[in-house]
Design a protein around this ligand. Structure first.
Ligand code: ADP
Length: 508
């Protein structure tokens, strides 16, 4: 190295922000800047002439010599030990993590390696703390999910009993005060049921328990159903409701798409006090754009990013009295992700909001044979039978009692059983069951579908049945649709709903 270039190089290395070393072909240190002194604790000139391995912990020295020779042959600049944590050795014998990048300087006949060394102690500490914080947050999130799943699941049974008992009470209550008290009781139960159902939906989606059943389906029946469902609420608020019953067919899961649109319409009606809510559907290439538009209060632009978060409500303080729970749109977002759809929102405060869901359009053969077959199955009815003897199967004693009481109050003859085996035995003994009302999950691994099948086999006829379930997966619905005279109702079911389903089935 001639004098000028040597001085120049040393001056440049001295002014560098990192610890810089110049090492010659033999591995001896020719230059170390002041940061090396600060970092490694050796006096400024003490390192010159020493092998670079004095800065390397003893256990890595052998490998370091080999690596250094290898590096000289490769002739490429690169970070050292990429992907590994490297350690430096201080003069006092302590070690610390370092990041090193290497480059070659060739001034024939000399050859040098320049090493830039950075202390990684605080970087690694921050990374470690971040990692710990992330793990802590993950554990807290999992605990929340477990709590949500257990609490909502365990709340469902007592709610089911309460709901049926309140329905019975309404039928027995004499006098306007008693009836008013029962009405308030039923309202409270309905509100609680809505929350429990929403929590269950969130926890099931979170646990990946809902498996979509993607197929071609016509939108019109779903849209007509939604129109019937929301007409009353819109009328009650004095706002218009226009739902376009398009002839288009989509390719997705009809039940889950229904759940998305139901949540969007429910919000649109809830947050609108004048004007109208409209649902329109139009083609957009291979997709269908389903728009739920309202003329309601709108959402401030800075809040749009948060509305899909769980329990988030615009402008509502935690613990304040409020309508809704801030779960609807988080369920929508999870369903949209599950179905690989897209949802967009535009909104203007005081003018209204538009939520747009993009669905894949069904192929040309929109109404597939399968869809038609399903319609046919749904319409299939067994012959009506004259007598009204109900067979109840429910392994929860409180729910069994509440259901029996309700059905007896309504004038049905009821045989109550707590297991599939007992039900088959009692059905065979009596031989005249009109409808089986069974829980789906019966404990001991048995289920209501199998119980119904066994009873039908034992009686030799397709006995009508209602299955009560907390499970809303599409697979369940499909199983239900697969058999004629089989209805699936969701827990917690209101007394009126259970009785209406029963009457419908008996009249069919
Ligand atoms: P909530 O049960 O409170 O309606 P959501 O998760 O469905 O919960 O919605 C989250 C929040 O987004 C709501 O509390 C509301 O502030 C806002 N929001 C949702 N939809 C609309 C809408 N159509 N118009 C105005 N605000 C809306």
């Amino acid at each position: 190295m001639n004098m000028l270039s040597s001085e120049l190089i040393c001056a440049v290395l001295e002014s560098a922000p990192d610890a810089m070393l110049l090492v010659d072909r033999s591995g001896a240190i020719c230059f170390a800047n002041k940061h090396v002194t600060e970092l490694f604790g050796h006096p400024h000139d003490a390192l010159v002439g020493e092998p670079v391995e004095v800065l390397v912990p003893q256990r890595f020295r052998g490998a370091h010599v080999t690596d250094r020779e290898h590096y000289q042959k490769s002739g490429r600049s690169r970070p050292m030990g990429s992907g590994l944590i490297l350690y430096g050795l201080r003069a006092d014998g302590t070690e610390f993590p370092v990041e090193i990048s290497l480059s070659h300087v060739v001034c024939e006949p000399d050859y040098f390696v320049v090493a830039a060394i950075r202390d990684m102690t605080s970087h690694l500490r921050v990374e470690h703390e971040l990692q710990q914080a992330r793990e802590h947050a993950d554990r807290a999130n999992q605990a929340k999910s477990r709590f949500l799943a257990t609490a909502s699941h365990d709340l469902r049974q007592p709610l089911q009993s309460l709901s049926l008992l309140a329905g019975t009470l309404r039928r027995l209550a004499a006098g306007p005060e008693a009836r008013e008290a029962v009405e308030s009781l039923e309202l409270a139960i309905r509100t609680m049921s809505r929350l429990v159902n929403a929590l269950l939906d969130v926890s099931k989606l979170e646990a990946g328990k809902i498996k979509p059943d993607i197929r071609d389906f016509p939108l019109a029946p779903l849209l007509r159903e939604l129109e019937t469902e929301f007409a009353g609420a819109a009328r009650g608020k004095g706002i218009g409701l226009a739902i376009d019953t398009t002839g288009e067919s989509a390719h997705s899961d009809p039940l889950l798409v229904g759940q998305i649109l139901r949540n969007l319409l429910s919000n649109a009606v809830r947050y609108t006090s004048t004007g109208a809510v409209t649902l329109s559907c139009r083609r957009d290439g291979d997709a269908l754009r389903v728009e739920v538009r309202d003329t309601g209060i709108g959402i401030p632009p800075d809040q749009l990013a948060y509305i899909y978060d769980e329990f988030y409500q615009v402008g509502v303080q935690p613990n304040a009295a409020r309508e809704g729970y801030g779960l609807g749109l988080s369920i929508v977002q999870r369903l949209v992700d599950l179905l690989k759809l897209r949802i967009d929102v535009t909104s203007e405060v005081g003018r209204g909001s538009t939520f747009t869901v993009k669905l894949p359009r069904a192929g040309a053969a929109a109404l597939t044979g399968a869809a038609r077959a399903t319609e046919g199955t749904l319409q299939a009815r067994t012959e009506a039978e004259g007598r009204q003897h109900l067979l109840l199967i429910e392994d929860d004693a409180a729910v069994l009692n509440a259901t029996r009481l309700l059905l007896r109050t309504e004038g049905y003859r009821v045989t109550a059983t707590s297991s599939a085996e007992e039900a088959v035995r009692r059905a065979t003994e009596s031989g005249d069951i009109d409808v089986i009302v069974s829980d789906v999950h019966l404990g001991n691994g048995s289920n209501g579908f199998d119980a119904v099948a066994s009873i039908r086999t034992a009686l030799g006829c397709p006995t009508k049945a209602i299955l009560v379930t907390g499970d809303t997966t599409s697979a369940m619905d499909e199983q239900c649709q697969a058999g004629p005279a089989l209805r699936l109702v969701r827990k917690p079911i209101a007394a009126d709903e259970l009785l209406a389903t029963l009457r419908e089935l008996l009249d069919a």
